[in-house]
Design a protein around this ligand. Structure first.
Ligand SMILES: Cc1cc2nc3c(=O)[nH]c(=O)nc-3n(C[C@H](O)[C@H](O)[C@H](O)COP(=O)(O)OP(=O)(O)OC[C@H]3O[C@@H](n4cnc5c(N)ncnc54)[C@H](O)[C@@H]3O)c2cc1C
Length: 297
């Protein structure tokens, strides 16, 4: 299908981008890399009269890390830049892995992490690791800023807490504690070229005695939005990890899922794979937290 006619704006500051958004209201659409947006425009699912590209907005393409403040990923930062960033690879291996294996090199070089979140596909690969890391998003509009926990950001397939006129300015991720490990595993029919049929991310922190003092698990592609697994997390916290405990936690992860049958997989297969991947992710997290292995990024 031919692209509908639209005006392309390339603001160079956040203020200019917000002004354009305010001026054109519902007729304007933000664009990061355009890898989702342009597909939807080509398919006729979206017909914005104004496309506001964020690629030239000063200060929006950045990654910074500080031990006392954690990670900040700017709203136009490319997936491939996050995948390659040394501090991301060192402190957030689940996110680095997701950004390294999702999609194709071309898509990773154009697409942004903010666009992946704002697009709100249930299968968004960066969502599960960022949920496991307790990330928040900073949303800016002409009147000010607000910070929203990622757990409250996703509202449904393709739906988020973003208001018209708001830009996802940054993703903030707390700094990891000592003795922690994190991992992400995904399954898709044709390796990474396909959207994930199941994705599981985990984070585990241990105390000096080896007990679990922090556990977080998150799933993608198996519910209307990416989700955390509170029951599994509660089972793990405060306990010494044993094979039986990990098995019970992985079963609890299945209860957090609400998968559907679609072209990529049946609901039953997805449920089985949530259990398998959760167990593998937990084992990987524990091995990393104990210093028994190195991150697979
Ligand atoms: C061939 C192919 C393979 C793919 N494979 C995968 C995959 O394996 N895993 C996966 O998760 N995704 C995949 N995708 C989907 C897509 O590439 C990702 O979701 C990508 O991260 C989107 O980022 P973008 O910058 O291109 O978003 P865009 O297309 O520019 O925007 C997507 C949506 O987010 C909004 N938006 C963008 N940036 C902002 C911002 N800063 N503030 C507010 N709103 C914003 C836009 O208005 C739009 O609604 C694939 C896409 C293609 C075409």
């Amino acid at each position: 299908m031919a692209m509908p006619h639209f005006e392309h704006h390339q603001p160079t500051s956040l203020e200019e981008a917000l002004d354009i958004l305010t001026r054109h209201g519902a007729e304007a659409k933000l664009m990061g890399g355009g890898t989702d947006l342009v597909m939807k425009m080509r398919a006729g699912a979206l017909e914005p009269r104004h496309v506001v590209s964020l690629g030239r907005v000063a200060g929006l393409n950045r990654i910074s890390y500080r031990d006392d403040d954690g990670l900040v990923i700017g709203g136009s930062t490319r997936i491939s830049e996050v995948a390659a960033h040394p501090e991301v690879r060192r402190h957030y291996p689940a996110l680095a892995h997701a950004c390294s294996v999702m999609a194709t090199p071309q898509i990773r070089n154009m697409g942004t992490v903010a666009g992946n979140l704002a697009n709100a596909a249930p299968s968004a690969d960066t969502a599960a690791p960022l949920l496991a890391y307790r990330a928040s998003v900073v949303l800016v509009e002409r009147g000010g800023r607000r910070q929203v926990k990622l757990t409250d950001f996703f509202k449904g397939p393709g739906l988020t807490d973003l208001e018209p006129g708001e830009i996802l300015e940054a993703i903030r991720v707390p700094a990891p504690p000592n003795r922690c490990g994190s991992a992400y595993q995904r399954l898709s029919e044709r390796s990474q070229v396909d959207i994930a049929a199941v994705g599981v991310a985990g984070f585990v922190a241990l105390d000096l005695a080896g007990a679990i003092i922090g556990a977080r698990l998150a799933l993608s592609a198996v519910a209307p939005t990416p989700v955390r697994c509170p029951e599994a997390e509660a089972l793990l916290e405060g306990q010494l990890p044993t094979p039986e405990l990990l098995r019970r936690a992985s079963v609890a992860c299945v209860r957090a899922s609400r998968p559907i049958d679609d072209l990529r997989a049946s609901a039953n297969y997805r449920r089985s794979m949530v259990q398998v991947l959760s167990l593998r992710v937990l084992e990987q997290c524990l091995a990393l937290a104990k210093g028994e292995s190195t991150p697979r990024v």
